[in-house]
Design a protein around this ligand. Sequence first.
Ligand code: AMP
Length: 165
Amino acid sequence: MLATELSIPHVSTGEILRSAVSGHTELGLKAQAYMDQGELVPDELILGMVRDRLTQPDTQAGWILDGFPRNVSQAKFFDELLNTISQAYDRVVNLDVPDETLVTRLLGRGRKDDSEAVIRNRLAVYREQTAPLIDFYQSRQHLFSVDGSQAVEAVMAEIRRMIEV
Ligand code: AMP
């Protein structure tokens, strides 16, 4: 919704990976087992993918990155990449949602990797590898937390207010 409203691309690393899997590309073949288990796909596959995407012409006016960075080493790489390509990010949004709400929502979504066991593994991986990014971005004063347990429209309205700051 936000990408449409701002007329900038929504860049989801998960979506790029899912289309690589369904296209049976080399990247897709390498990534699939990790995705099926709710593990992070190794950084060496992710970083080149993000670099390729953010150096395409449609991303020059901005982008919304979704699902990246997922760990501190991706975040450090990302800072270097942005330096190299003379871009910057304005906001980092932390959508804060209780685990049980997430499990209920994801079970209702019906994606292939949305069995309860895989969802719970993704939450464990999140806590261990992704949650440290909250401190990483807070210390850089770029982090904004939003109560993501609200309805979609309310979450959208809060994010919009936040990016106007
Ligand atoms: P998502 O669509 O963001 O929920 O991602 C789905 C799956 O793709 C994740 O469970 C990971 O296996 C993989 N994935 C997506 N983004 C990343 C990333 N930045 N780093 C590592 N793995 C990722």
